[in-house]
Write a protein that binds this ligand. Structure first.
Ligand code: NAI
Ligand code: MG
Length: 369
């Protein structure tokens, strides 16, 4: 069996608490002979700043590059509000994304049956929901130059952000989306605003070209981003994979996420390019939530987003989709049994600790084996 080289970056706040439960699941997978890991651990964010005065060290970056995948929990917190800008906790995250060239952000929105009533939408709208948003992560308006605020000297200021997309950036994210659709329900919805934005025109053109050349077997539709936002809350089950740019993806993925309940439930993946020499794709997996300083150290954080991120690593980096399915089924089983962490309290549920949730998921894996 191949040994997966995994770098664990627990970070700050609830990070170490939820990472401990991932280690529990990893321990079970190894004992069962389902997967083999070579684990390294390092610091990122505020904890790295406390030790090294920077949010991630070069040595940790080297380990991240050498790993098959990085698993990161969360960074940040009020303790580091006053550290220099370039050493702030988020800088560690940004450097990982940049140096590993993680251009594709995968945000699944899955509604576990037991939580369909926890959504703000009706049960029939979200029950059984399983969509995947693929957001371009390294281009677009967050990075384009010029990016300025100028004083016009007449009591007015002018702010400029610039949206730039090149063909290759759209081409590669489109391919990620089409490849993923083939492993799912074979449908891609591409979203932009070609009616008012030149980047939208190019986006639509390139996605269509990639589709017609190499993915004719996948259904492709185009949906303007504002219309898509409406459709997402009206009838989200019509979608399978949604591919969109950095800005629209930021907003749309948060909308999709909230269809399914708590922040503590949501994993994500960020994928880079395939290295031509080694065939390896750089990848980082992390929960969508932050370091939750308000509940850190209390042992009540929900570890499901973090454990779900491990499942994504198994599916997308290690070609072990079946093992990922088993982990997700175990999560579903624990929720079906009425066990909840405090953030997903539903009527009549039994509220348990972070550790008890990790233990329950392992017990469920055990029972189902
Ligand atoms: P947050 O996601 O940390 O917390 C928002 C709310 O959700 C809080 O009430 C928190 O208790 C709750 N929550 C989050 N994750 C939870 C979990 N697993 N289980 C139970 N409850 C959970 O976002 P917030 O408060 O805006 O940011 C806190 C810190 O985290 C800040 O320093 C921020 O910069 C950082 N942050 C880091 C991110 C990352 O590492 N990727 C992402 C978002 C924020
Ligand atoms: Mg966001």
């Amino acid at each position: 069996m191949a040994t997966h080289k995994l770098l664990l970056l627990a970070g700050d706040g609830i990070g170490p608490e939820v990472m401990a439960e991932v280690k529990r699941v990893i321990g079970w997978l190894e004992r069962e002979g389902l997967a083999s890991f070579a684990i390294e651990e390092d610091l990122v964010g505020g904890s790295a700043y406390d030790a090294h005065k920077q949010a991630i060290t070069d040595a940790a970056m080297d380990r991240a590059k050498a790993a098959d995948a990085v698993l990161l929990a969360a960074v940040g917190g009020p303790k580091w509000a006053d550290v220099p800008y370039e050493a702030r906790p988020e800088a560690g995250l940004l450097r990982l994304r940049k140096d590993l060239e993680l251009f594709a952000n995968l945000r699944p929105a899955i509604c576990y049956p037991a939580l369909a009533d926890a959504s703000s939408l009706k049960r029939e709208v979200v029950e059984g929901l399983d969509i995947l948003i693929v957001r371009e992560l390294t281009g677009g308006v967050y990075f384009g130059e010029p990016k300025t605020i100028t004083d016009l000297g007449n009591g007015q200021k002018r702010a400029i952000d610039t949206q730039i997309y090149d063909t290759y950036e759209i081409d590669r994210i489109a391919r990620v989306a089409f490849d993923l659709a083939r492993t799912r329900r074979n449908k891609v919805t591409s979203s932009e605003k070609h009616n008012v934005m030149r980047t939208g025109v190019l986006w639509k053109e390139v996605v269509t070209k990639v589709h017609d050349a190499d993915y004719k077997d996948v259904e492709l539709e185009h949906n303007l981003a504002d219309s898509l936002a409406m459709q997402l809350v009206r009838w989200p089950k019509q979608f399978d994979v949604i591919v969109t740019d950095n800005l629209f993806g930021d907003v749309l993925s948060d909308i999709a996420a909230m269809l399914t309940g708590s922040l503590g439930m949501l994993p994500s993946a960020s994928l880079g390019a395939v290295d031509a020499a080694t065939g390896k794709r750089s990848a980082m997996y992390e929960p969508v939530h932050g370091s939750a300083p308000d509940i850190a150290g209390k042992g009540i954080a929900n570890p499901i987003a973090m454990i779900g991120s491990l499942a994504m690593a198994l599916r997308y980096s290690f070609n072990q989709g079946e093992v990922a399915d088993r982990i997700e089924a175990a999560i579903s089983g624990v929720l079906d049994a009425g066990k909840r962490t405090a953030d997903i309290r539903t009527a009549g549920a039994e509220v348990i600790s972070t550790q008890a949730m990790g233990e329950a998921i392992v017990a469920e894996l055990d029972a189902a084996r």
